[in-house]
Design a protein around this ligand. Structure first.
Ligand SMILES: [Fe+2]
Ligand SMILES: [Fe+2]
Length: 425
């Protein structure tokens, strides 16, 4: 809204007030008029209506006798006035805060009975020549075809080279336009069961995340810049909180899960922490002093062949996906979440658990649910043991295997030399 020109009456009144107070600030205090308004009116009194300068310490400028013979018109301002700017800023802050607070913990009601699974997937880098698309295909198919299984992703959807790195397009077979086709297909291959995607650093380098977010929304998913923290709420009243980011602050050459572990120890004690970014995988269980359990996991990447990794001599620590089975009827915190490094094993266990939930007579001894506390050792029912169980037996950090396929938990905890893994990938 354009400002109204200062009338001669307004200018004269402002001039009188400033003359009495000796300064614009003093006059504004006395009269209760905003200083900016009074300053504008006083300025018009002197410059436009030819009244003398009366501010204390300000010498009246010398004016020629015919100085007021030609009057400059007061043109409309192209900048919004203070009151309008203030009102707009308050409105925008409130909009920002409402959106921000709504994402602190997003509640997701689970409208199906029994256990469900989450397949957390690592950095796709779908346009990389070293991206294992067969593995992506197998994992999306597993999600589509397994009842109760859903997916999440930790970001870096594509290399999306920018700046000096744009020279690397010469080393890959996919153009930027084709990349968008691959990402759209990647989203839709989950069959509407991809719950959320965290933005990775490669996604936000040049604002591509806006396009990816739009594609994600079209696939009934959600993509958030600073990660996703969601509470899966079951009809039993149980809930599982998943805290996922592309990366968590903090690194250690001895522990690939140091960043998310720190978040679990110093943060909200959520049930599951997932991240990616370093293209090296690992898993760790943290039992808090109060008995709560946090499952801390860093996924590696589907870009399993990586010249950047070869250049630095980093070893393979493949864990491109991990499957978390959530049991809303678990009898103990230990049985609430079971983790599998092998998605197929996890899906088999989920299917078994869902069948057992639907048919309680399948449970050995007639008990209705998993008995917790010490993991699944000694199970008599022939179910595959999960990562969580193995970790409980091992009692510590379980890094991804060095073989070409995802490690079964506890089977290969090579870890190896992780030096330099704090670098951004
Ligand atoms: Fe990455
Ligand atoms: Fe990254």
């Amino acid at each position: 809204m354009a400002q109204q020109p200062v009338t001669q009456e307004q200018a004269a009144e402002a001039h009188r007030l400033v003359a009495q107070a000796g300064s614009v600030w003093g006059a504004a205090q006395t009269a209760g008029i905003p200083e900016s308004t009074l300053n504008r009116r006083y300025g018009a009194a002197v410059a436009r209506y030819g009244m003398p300068e009366v501010r204390r310490g300000k010498a009246a400028p010398a004016r020629a006798p015919d100085a007021g013979a030609i009057v400059m018109p007061e043109l409309p301002e192209d900048t919004a006035p203070y009151d309008e700017l203030k009102a707009r800023s308050i409105r925008e802050f409130n909009r920002y805060k409402t959106a921000h607070d709504a994402r602190r913990l997003v509640k997701l009601p689970v409208r199906m009975e029994g256990p469900i699974g989450l397949l957390a997937t690592g950095d796709p880098h779908v346009d990389a020549r070293g991206c294992d698309w067969s593995l992506i295909d197998a994992h999306t198919k597993l999600v589509r075809e397994t009842e109760g299984l859903f997916a999440t992703n930790v970001g870096d959807l594509a290399n999306n080279w920018v700046g000096r790195l744009a020279r690397l397009y010469a080393e890959q077979h996919v153009t930027p336009r084709e990349t968008r086709v691959l990402i759209e297909g990647f989203f839709s291959d989950f069959g509407g069961k991809l719950l959320f995607v965290d933005c990775g650093n490669h996604d936000v380098w040049n604002g591509q995340d806006d396009l990816y977010r739009w594609l994600a929304r079209a696939a009934a998913s959600s993509m958030a810049w600073h990660g996703n923290r969601v509470a899966l709420e079951f009809s039993t009243g149980a809930r599982v909180v998943v805290n996922s980011r592309h990366d968590f602050k903090g690194s250690s050459q001895w522990n690939i899960t140091h960043g998310p572990l720190k978040a679990a120890m110093m943060g909200d004690r959520d049930d599951i922490y997932t991240c990616g970014h370093l293209h090296a995988g690992g898993y760790q269980m943290l039992v808090h002093a109060g008995g709560e359990i946090s499952h801390v996991c860093r996924l590696s990447s589907y870009k399993v062949l990586d010249p950047f990794k070869d250049e630095h001599g980093w070893r393979d620590q493949h864990l491109p996906a991990a499957l978390f089975v959530l049991n809303p009827a678990a009898a103990s915190p230990a049985a609430k979440v079971t983790v599998f490094a092998d998605p197929q094993e996890g899906a088999d266990y989920l299917t078994y658990l869902r069948r057992r939930h639907a048919t309680p007579s399948l449970v050995p001894g007639g008990r209705s649910e998993v008995r917790g506390g010490g993991g699944a050792s000694g199970r008599r029912d022939g179910v595959p043991s999960g990562l969580g169980d193995a970790a409980r037996r091992a009692g510590a950090d379980v890094s991804g295997g060095k073989s070409g396929r995802p490690a079964r938990l506890g089977g290969d905890r090579s870890g190896g030399n992780l030096s330099g893994r704090g670098k951004r990938r």
